[in-house]
Structure formats: C-alpha cells, structure tokens
Design a protein around this ligand. Sequence first.
Ligand code: E4P
Length: 218
Amino acid sequence: MKFFIDTANLDQIKEAQDLGVLDGVTTNPSLMAKEGISGEENIINHYKKICEIVDGDVSAEVIATDYEGVIKEGEALAALHPQIVVKIPMIKDGVKAIKYLSGKGIKTNCTLVFSPGQALLAAKAGATYVSPFIGRLDDISTDGVELIAQIVDIYSYYGFETEVLAASIRHTMHIIQCMEAGADVATCPLNAILGLLNHPLTDIGLEKFLADYKSVNG
Ligand code: E4P
C-alpha cells in the first residue's frame, strides 16, 4: 500500500518525506488556494517545488472542464515534470480526456469519484488512479470505506489496472479501514499519517526500558 500526502503545504510535504514512508502527493485547487498559491506561474513553480521534495507521483488538477481544455491543460501539466499525474474530474469530458491522455502515456488521476459506476468508467478510460472521496461520503451518512471495498472487488473481478486511491481521508482510522478494504493508495493529511505512530503501550514500554537501563547503567 502506498502513502500519499494530501496537501500543497511544502513544510508538511518535507516532514512526511523525512519520515521515509512517503510515496507521493495529491493536491487540488482548494489545497493550493489554502497555501495562497495563485497565478499560472506561481502554480507551476509550486508543482515543481513539490516534485523536487518527493520521489513519487504528484497529482496536479486541471481547471478546465471541456474536452479540449482538459487535454491542453493536462499535456502542459504533464510536461512540467515526469512525476506529475494529471488530476481530472469525473465528468463526461473528463472521462474522454482520460482516455486520450492515457493513450498518450500520460498518467491520470480521476477525482471526485463517489460511486462504483464512476469508478468503472475511470478504469475503462485507462486512468492510472481513481480517487473515491470517503470523508465527503461519510459527511452525508454514506459509508465511504464501503465504496473503497466495492471498487477494489470490481477492479479485481475484471483485472483493471487502475489503482484505487482512497481520498478525502480525515483521520488515522480511515487509513486502517482503507488498508483492510484493499486500497492501493491512501492520500492523507499529515496528522492522520503521524497518528499511526501512536500507542500508549509503546510509550509505557519505552519509558520502562529506558528506566531499567538507567537503573543499572546510571
Ligand atoms: C485528494 O485527492 C482530494 O482532492 C482530497 O482528498 C479531498 O479531501 P477533502 O474532502 O478533505 O477536501
């Protein structure tokens, strides 16, 4: 299972990279806006900076929603850096653009996916990743992790190579649940990743080991 960090914050990306377990980054227009990144040149430079920090795939989302526009923007984003994955919304022209770009060997991430049918279309179009948003489903009293399990099963029955990238993860338990459901990737906020470190018995055990060492070694 791969870990992506779900942020455009360079400090957080560096911290996750330093931990040694990071496989990539996902961004979206809201995350870029949160960091105050605006204007084409600044946005491009920011993606390049992210690619310099991490070794793996970096999802950069298109703004266009028409077929020609998505392709033009997607090709420009992909040309920025070999690690860029073009993130495209699950809309009709988006699916067509995924088909076109995947045929050109450009990696794509189909985003804003909320149903198995949408995930099927993304896979048929040849998306590298499909991003079901589990937290946003939970927000409307629908089981987001159940959707991950459904998509993993469907892809497995038919041998689709599209990787299931669990997105909109809100907390550490979501990561565990996505692992149990068979997700290929979880894109997580930094605090959800760091939450995996914690167990009170680890803290108690370490305190005792160090105290016992000190009792005989001074
Ligand atoms: C990442 O690919 C998604 O854009 C992101 O996980 C959405 O998360 P949110 O639902 O917390 O905004």
